[in-house]
Design a protein around this ligand. Structure first.
Ligand SMILES: [Zn+2]
Ligand SMILES: [Zn+2]
Length: 385
């Protein structure tokens, strides 16, 4: 049996959530009709999907806020120690407090909809757990479902070579709003390097009766120290998504960040991280930063060409925060393959995969060949005389 809901604690009266203590979950019932409230991008408040009632969010929560970062090494060492003491699996079954049905939170999902009554349910235990990194900041949705659908339509409409069935199938695909987990890094580095500077000179070469100019490169050893500073380099912390496409949703307007608050997640899906801050740094962020450092080294070497032989990077500071970033996601299964299309929930930028129609491409090539043949025939019979 569902237990009676507990009122929010007095210190947080601005949050209209109903907290379910036994399940450690929260829901947002509408005060007018008992339907469910969701964070509405147009209202920047909570709106009831059934009756349209808008419940405002406290101004101090809506205010953009600088998100503080924590030292990566210290935080992750501390977390590893805690996790040794109490290893914890994320997966959990929750009893829906609206209908009594059982919902399994699988993988890294922390906000889902009850499969029986569609009530959005948020887990509170993940954010509260000492063995998990907390979400520090959130970029609330700015793009409404209506606008997201329009952006998707325009994007699919503009894909000339997408098969017609794919365009039809989009209506059958799943279209959801989800907060994805990101880590956001700042770093300062000092890099000692060795390499070679190449300087071009031009020489005149005699070739029989003629002369021509050739380029010769002289190489000189080079060594030095460069410094770099990085601010807000983000890395996706969720698995199972087309990473290259998700990365192209950048840049995220970090100045719109808010301190994390669960109202923003109401009515949307949410995932916590699958890979922690150290793993994401090593797999997705370090390489990008080292690429930038190499660019600085090449600039420092100067000349016309450069060779970089060694780079010894010292990470003078390396700090991170965890962010929840908003994405509209369309998944279409076409010929047994899933295709994902993503929309940046703040800027509306669309990035995605789609199948290519062999028939349409074939027609386009055939049409191109036909044009060349016609032009050639016209030229032979009417031109050049
Ligand atoms: Zn209502
Ligand atoms: Zn339910």
């Amino acid at each position: 049996m569902p237990n009676p809901p507990r009122l929010p604690d007095p210190g947080r009266l601005e949050d209209p959530a109903i907290l379910h203590t036994t399940e450690d979950t929260r829901t947002y019932p509408c005060p007018s009709c008992g339907g469910m409230l969701g964070f509405d991008p147009d209202a920047q408040g909570l709106r009831c999907v059934s009756c349209g009632t808008v419940v405002p969010i406290a101004p101090q929560i809506l205010q953009p806020a600088a998100v503080a970062k924590r030292d990566l090494r210290r935080t992750m060492d501390e977390l590893s120690r805690l996790m040794e003491q109490q290893p914890k699996s994320l997966e959990r079954e929750v009893v829906c407090q609206s209908c009594g049905g059982r919902t399994l939170f699988t993988g890294s999902f922390t906000a889902v909809r009850c499969p029986y009554c569609n009530t959005p349910i948020q887990r509170d235990d993940v954010q509260a757990a000492r063995t998990r990194l907390k979400i520090d900041g959130i970029l609330p949705f700015q793009v409404s479902e209506k606008r997201a659908r329009e952006e998707i339509e325009a994007w699919i409409g503009g894909r000339w070579f997408a098969p017609n069935e794919f365009k039809k199938y989009r209506e059958l695909g799943s279209f959801t709003s989800i907060y994805l987990a990101y880590f956001d890094y700042d770093a300062e580095t000092r890099t000692r390097y060795t390499g070679m500077r190449g300087v071009n000179r031009y020489v005149t070469v005699r070739d029989g009766d003629q002369t021509r100019t050739e380029v010769r490169t002289d190489w000189y050893p080079a060594a030095g120290v460069v410094e770099n500073a990085f601010v807000d380099v983000t890395g996706l912390a969720n698995s199972g998504l087309d990473e290259a496409k998700v990365q192209e949703l950048e840049p995220w307007p970090m100045e719109l960040n808010r301190a994390y608050s669960p109202e923003f997640v109401a009515g949307h899906l949410s995932r916590t991280y699958d890979e922690d801050a150290r793993q994401v740094f090593d797999s997705r962020v370090r390489g990008r930063m080292e690429g930038v450092i190499e660019g600085t080294v090449r600039q420092d070497i100067g000349g016309d060409l450069q060779q970089v032989h060694s780079m010894d990077v010292s990470w003078l500071s390396l700090a991170f925060s965890q962010l929840a970033l908003p994405v509209w996601m369309l998944t279409v299964t076409y010929r047994e393959r899933p295709f994902q299309v993503f929309i940046n929930g703040v800027t509306g930028e669309v990035q995605g995969q789609r199948p290519w129609s062999a028939v349409k491409i074939g027609f386009a090539i055939a049409a191109g060949v036909l044009v060349i043949v016609i032009v050639y025939v016209l030229y032979r019979y009417f031109g050049g005389s």
